[in-house]
Design a protein around this ligand. Sequence first.
Ligand code: GDP
Length: 369
Amino acid sequence: RDEELRCIGCGAVIQTEDKDALGYTPASALNKGLETGELYCQRCFRLRHYNEIAPVSLTDDDFLRLLSHIREANALIVYVVDIFDFNGSIIPGLHRFVGKNPVLLVGNKEDLLPRSLRRSKLTDWLRQQANQAGIRPLMTTLVSAKKNHQVEELLATIEKYRQGRDVYVVGVTNVGKSTLINQIIKQRTGVEDLITTSRFPGTTLDKIEIPLDDGHELVDTPGIIHQEQMAHVLPAEDLRLVAPQKEIKPKTYQLDEQQTIFLGGIARFDYLKGPRAGLTAYFDNNLPLHRTKLANADAFYEKHLGGLLVPPHQNEIDQFPPLERFEFAITEKSDLVFEGLGWITVPAGLVVAGWAPKGVGVLVRRAMI
Ligand code: GDP
């Protein structure tokens, strides 16, 4: 009987049947991987070579097993969120599976936000948003896993609050949990490479265990998939828009009522009613924004989708879901959030609408900036 093959990236058992499940590798890639001795599952392969995001699904059973495990453990929970997509980072029912365990909230990707913005202000905002979502972290901190900002400090904080316990790192997919774990491993061991199962014995199908000094472990758990993520409707080549890599350059507009801004062809903002106002857009620098009159907007979209308004590209517009509209009366300075994509900061007193592909949320929150 064949030995079990595991992905050297995430430790999942390699399988060639179910595309959406953990460890999937196309049969052709399997042979190549065996020849070269670099056997990755498709997800890790893409992540490594194209920096591409590929969600995998866990069955509900897998998931419940994992969650109940955390609840019964005596552990420190490190909850990683994407500061650029806080709402998309929320794990529904987190407090339930955390049990009595303390939570440390880590806002990753701080490098995306303008440098001029005071970090203490951001942390306050993040804590307040977490509280609103029913999460009461012991401590809230910002890092950039990619830029290795504040990761050492995070490790010191973990050490301080851990008090001889195991550490579980949790987060939805795409928040940068793997990048953070890799950074932690690099710091602790000086190893540059991706996580490999052979280096960390005890690693099982769905988690990666990093030994800590006192015999306890830091456990990486699989990313929990958030169904509303923009990542699920964007064509693969446009996924970079929901995982910006560079500091966001905010764009400010002086708008009159009855004006529209298209966010490529994937979302739309309407300023419906109010005085002339300054609005600021925070999106990936590569997302082209187009301003037009509200009265023409529908016709403009129809005419230019896949052309001037990209993504989606011409050959993708058939599969692209229609945009759905959400209207809001803004009562305090707020962000109109297109989940996963970014937001527009809107002053109080305006009536606005946000449009996003069916299945992707549009919501209003207290302004971050
Ligand atoms: P995971 O699914 O939570 O494990 O997320 P990954 O570690 O695979 O990261 C998802 C995406 O976010 C990738 O495109 C990463 O390059 C990007 N990313 C991760 N950490 C950071 C960060 O600190 N800053 C920025 N700008 N991007 C990051």
